[in-house]
Design a protein around this ligand. Structure first.
Ligand code: PLP
Length: 390
């Protein structure tokens, strides 16, 4: 179905039908995978014609399976166009490398995902892009951080892993009045939780590796927004010259995952809220951060911008001196005692993952198991903290 026919339908319907066409040659209903590096032609003239149209010549430049995914991604965020990348970092780096020039200033929210942070601080600064970070909870502070050469404002909301929430609508207004592009990394809150373009962002970035694929079996990334900007990034930015191309098989896996995105997100959010509430009641826990909890400092903003859905990540700190242990010792003991929760980094898949950050904060990427089973596992792991330190 065309984008026009899908307008006004539910997100679940759109995500099943967008980009889906049965194969006209064989009538195979499931989407084909064009697992090819290059394309063959009968004549040189045919090949010349393909060059002219930016058609299918070589998969780093274009591939029908990747294109079908891009159609689904544009619908997902209600954007005009989308561009897929080999990973979330592929999308972040290629977008910024294309849109920034020597001498421009990039203003970022504090507490970005640490690989994005390293890219901004180390690599972009080497290319003589000015980069600064500000606390985006205070919009006056953002206004004051704008410079004459500020070209892009880049935020992550909710932030990984501190779960700070930034007011997209307010920052979009600041970006507009200062003639800057505004980019939101929305990996932690894909639709139906929030749609940054509808709050005024110019571009939204996702690591497709996480909720959008949802099965923990491929990397992927995307940037979505106005066609004019996406075209600018597509050529010469990516995937052609940065090499951040997505493989056709991975594009196919992500499309398959997207068909169930809406119902998966609902369950991630329900499970995460149940775990956050349990942790808040737990005597060993010092502090819990989850945007949908009344105790979260931006709870009202979560209601407005995220429809009250907090996403699938819950972060918390244990109390110091539990049974004579330091926080770090207790963190390790708790994690090592979990059975159903898996010690691993990443998020947005069926399995619930748990990890300790350098700050001794514990992050749970809540999966799709039954919430009571996860809480029972956490309870038995907390019980282990009572056993005297050997
Ligand atoms: C907010 C955010 N942006 C970008 C990325 C990078 O995504 P990928 O691992 O797909 O490169 C991550 C990865 O965890 C992330 O959490």
């Amino acid at each position: 179905m065309s984008k026009k026919d899908l307008a006004g339908l539910g997100l679940d319907t759109q995500l099943i039908h967008a980009g889906h066409h049965f194969d006209p040659a064989t009538h195979a209903l499931a989407a084909p995978i064009f697992q090819t590096a290059t394309y063959g032609f009968n004549t040189v003239e045919e090949m010349d014609a393909a060059w002219g149209k930016l058609g299918y010549l070589y998969t780093r430049e274009g591939n029908p399976t990747v294109l079908a995914l891009e159609e689904k991604l544009a619908i997902l965020e209600a954007g005009e166009a989308a561009l897929a990348a080999g990973s979330g970092m592929g999308a972040v780096c290629s977008t910024l490398l294309t849109l920034l020039s020597h001498g421009d200033h990039l203003l970022c929210s504090e507490g970005l995902f640490f690989h994005s942070d390293i890219f901004m601080r180390d690599l972009l600064q080497k290319l003589n892009v000015e980069v600064s970070f500000a606390n985006f909870k205070d919009t006056e502070n953002v206004n004051q951080s704008i410079r004459q050469n500020t070209r892009i404002i880049f935020i992550e909301t909710p932030a990984n892993p501190t779960l700070g929430v930034v007011d997209i609508e307010a920052i979009a207004a600041i970006a507009k009045s200062n003639d800057c592009l505004f980019i939101v990394d929305s990996t932690f809150a894909p639709p139906p939780i929030q749609r940054p373009l509808q709050w005024g962002a110019d571009l939204v970035i996702h690591s497709l590796t996480k909720y959008i694929n949802g099965h923990g079996d491929t990397l992927g990334g995307a940037v979505i927004g106005k066609k004019e900007l996406i075209d600018k990034i597509r050529y010469p930015g990516m995937p052609c010259f940065t090499g951040a191309a997505l493989s056709p098989f991975n594009a196919w896996l992500i499309m398959r995952g997207m068909m169930t995105l809406e119902m998966r997100i609902e369950k991630h959010c329900q499970n995460a809220l149940a775990i956050a509430e349990y942790l808040e009641s737990c005597p060993y826990v010092d502090r819990v951060i989850y945007p949908a909890l009344a105790s979260h400092p931006q709870h009202n903003l979560c209601q407005k911008q995220m429809g009250g859905k907090g996403g699938g990540i819950v972060s918390f700190w244990l109390k110091n001196n539990i049974n004579g242990m330091t926080v770090r010792e207790a963190d390790y003991k708790l994690l090592n005692a979990t059975k159903l929760l898996t010690i691993a980094t990443s998020l947005g898949e069926g399995l619930t993952l748990i990890q300790v950050e350098n700050s001794s904060m514990i992050r749970i990427a809540v999966g799709l198991e039954r919430a009571e089973d996860l809480i029972t596992d956490l309870k038995q792991a907390f019980d282990q903290l009572q056993i005297t330190k050997e």
